[in-house]
Design a protein around this ligand. Structure first.
Ligand code: HEM
Length: 291
C-alpha cells in the first residue's frame, strides 16, 4: 500500500488530519471574530470589509472550497477515530467515570454535531439568504458604488430574539468545543510535552472565552440596542412576481400594481384603493421600500 494512504488510514495519520484541519478552522474562527467586531465601528467599515472579501470571486470560491474541505476532513477523521476507538473497546468500562477527562472532552462529538448544524443554518441565513431572501436586497452606497449592506442585515437578523438565542447557543458550544480542541490539537501534532500540558489547557480556555465574548457581542449588541439600523434605513420588501399575485377581489382598482409589482404589503388587498402603489411600483428590481 502507498505509504501516504497507509498513514492516512492509521490512527496517527487521522490524528494529524484532525489537528491540522482543526488548526485551520480555529484560525478562520479568530479572523472571522475580528472581522465581525468591525460592526462596532461606523457601518461603512464592515460593508467595506464585505466588499473586499468579495472583490475576487476566484479567491473567494477557492477559500470557500478550502474551508469546506477542512470541515469535511475534520468530521471524517473525528468519526472514523471515534468508531475505531469503540471497536477496539466494544464493552464500556463498568465504572464510566473517567479519571482525567473533562466534560468538554467527553462531549466533543455532541458539541461538534450541534456546531455543524449551527454553521449550516448560519450560511443559509447570512450568506445564501435562503432563510431571509430579503437580505439579498440589502444594498447601500460606498464610494459611489452599490454594495451589500451587511451592517443593516446583521442588525435586522439579530433583532429576532429566537435567532439571536440560537446564535448564542451555537457560538457557546463552538467555544466549549474549542476549549478542549486547542489543547488536543497540540497533543495530536506532538507539540507538547507533559510539563507544558497545563499551559495548553489554559491557552485553550482563555482563547475560547475571548472568541465567545467577541462573537456573542454582536447579537447581544443588537438586542441591547447598542447596534441600531442606520438613519433613514428602510428594510426592502421582497415582492412576488405577477404570476403569483394573490390580489383577487379588487384587482381592477390597481391594474398596474397587479401586472408589475405584486406587493405583499397588503395595500391592495381588496379593502381599499391603492394609490400609493403607483409610487412604489418596482418592476425591475422586484423590491419596494417599506411603508
Ligand atoms: C455572532 C456570531 C457571528 C456573526 C455575527 C457572523 C456574521 C457573518 C456574516 C455577516 C457573514 C456573511 C458575510 C458576507 O456575506 O459578506 C458570515 C459568513 C460566514 N460565517 Fe459567520 N458569523 C458569526 C459566527 C460564525 C461562526 C461561529 C462560524 C463558524 C464556526 C461562522 C462561519 C461563517 C462562514 C463559513 C461564512 C461564509 C463565508 C463565505 O464563504 O462567504 N460564523 N458570518
Amino acid at each position: 500500500m502507498n505509504p501516504i494512504v497507509r498513514l492516512i488510514n492509521s490512527s496517527l495519520g487521522k490524528k494529524y488530519i484532525m489537528g491540522i484541519t482543526g488548526a485551520a478552522l480555529y484560525g478562520f474562527v479568530i479572523i472571522h471574530t475580528l472581522g465581525n467586531l468591525q460592526i462596532f465601528l461606523p457601518p461603512e467599515a464592515i460593508n467595506a470589509y464585505g466588499k473586499l472579501l468579495k472583490a475576487s470571486p476566484e479567491i473567494l470560491w477557492g477559500f470557500r472550497f478550502g474551508l469546506l474541505g477542512m470541515g469535511l476532513l475534520h468530521v471524517w477523521a473525528a468519526v472514523t477515530l471515534t468508531l475505531a476507538n469503540k471497536l477496539a473497546r466494544p464493552v464500556d468500562y463498568l465504572d464510566k467515570k473517567p479519571l482525567k477527562a473533562t466534560f468538554a472532552s467527553r462531549t466533543m462529538a455532541l458539541s461538534g454535531i450541534i456546531v455543524a448544524v449551527f454553521v449550516v443554518y448560519h450560511i443559509l441565513h447570512f450568506t445564501a439568504h435562503i432563510t431571509h431572501p430579503e437580505f439579498a436586497h440589502y444594498k447601500t452606497e460606498l464610494d459611489g458604488q452599490e454594495v451589500h449592506d451587511i451592517y443593516n442585515m446583521v442588525v435586522t437578523g439579530f433583532q429576532n430574539r429566537a435567532v439571536s438565542g440560537f446564535y448564542l447557543l451555537g457560538v457557546g458550544l463552538l467555544c466549549f468545543h474549542l476549549s478542549h480542541g486547542i489543547q488536543s490539537l497540540f497533543q495530536s501534532l506532538g507539540l507538547v510535552t507533559e510539563g507544558y500540558r497545563s499551559w495548553t489547557t489554559m491557552l485553550g480556555k482563555v482563547t475560547a472565552t475571548a472568541i465567545f465574548i467577541g462573537m456573542a457581542a454582536v447579537p447581544l449588541g443588537v438586542m441591547g440596542g447598542v447596534l441600531k439600523h442606520t438613519l433613514g434605513f428602510h428594510p426592502p420588501v421582497v415582492v412576488k412576481s405577477a404570476s403569483s399575485c394573490s390580489i383577487s377581489k379588487k384587482a381592477s382598482a390597481c391594474p398596474a400594481q397587479q401586472s408589475e409589482c405584486c406587493s405583499e404589503t397588503k395595500e391592495c388587498d381588496g379593502t381599499k384603493d391603492c394609490p400609493s402603489m403607483k409610487d412604489n411600483s418596482c418592476p425591475s428590481t422586484k423590491t419596494c421600500p417599506a411603508k
